[in-house]
Design a protein. Sequence first.
Length: 323
Amino acid sequence: MNTSLTDNQRLSLKIAAQWFATLCSGEVTPQQNQKWQQWLAQDEDHRWAWQRVESLQGQLHNMPGKFSYQTLNHARQQSDVTRRRVLKSLVVLLGLGGTWEAWQSSAGQRLLADARTSTGEIKTLRLPDNSQLSLNTASAADIRFTDTLRLIRLHQGEISIITARDNQPVPRPFLVETQQGMLRALGTEFIVRQQDDATTLKVLKHAVEITLRDRPAGGLQISEGHAVRFTGSAFGDVTAVTGGAGSWTHGVLSVSDWRLADVIAELARYRHGHLSCDPSVADLRISGTFPLKDTDSVLEILSRTLPVKIQTATRYWVKVVPV
């Protein structure tokens, strides 16, 4: 959401989204309509928020089913969790500008993804073909299964996939799409991470074939036990997969002779706020298995086993420094 918004504007957007969902239901009482009019007249920010709603209103008619009037109506009849998710989606879209372009933006796509995890959350799903999809912390992906293909579109974060044999008469390819290219599973288990400007692939079993977004004719096949980082136009070096690459799917971080700076950078993905490592202790080496659900306890263990201490300004600003 636009960070220049005031607190009152953000609150107005939230209330405007709730009113929008109510008015879309087709079951508005005269009393509700009167209350909406009163709310609208109370404050200039209320009218500003509602103008954003009106700019989005006509476009919702043309949106796919994932976010439309029908979605809003359906959400009103579902669980509180479903309603909160739809309303939160609407609030963020309004904060982004309340336009079709906002819905199509990367932020909008992540927000409305079929499968999502928050910071620190790890989730495993069973797909329609019995394949297994795990989402790491702060990840978002769409799931598209048709008569001709099985597709996971990764918008953000990291996923682990264990493919199952397709039971269709004509086996469908299993594909993963990222911002940099398309990956085709060749009977496999693999991990894909979407970064800001690149994709990292780690193949744990069998092989994966990669087609770059900007060089569709120059593909590369990565075999079991290997990893590669690539952009939309070039492949990086193929390297060996380190031990514990998929340990996060079990809720732990397993490392062997890692730099402390790399361990801290990985732990930071599972926490809100800022977590960093002082350069003077960055090259200390560490091995072990640590629970990802309690990063505070991991930091405490590090402070007891290494010549470091945990410097805390607030619970959201933490740094590992020398003793």
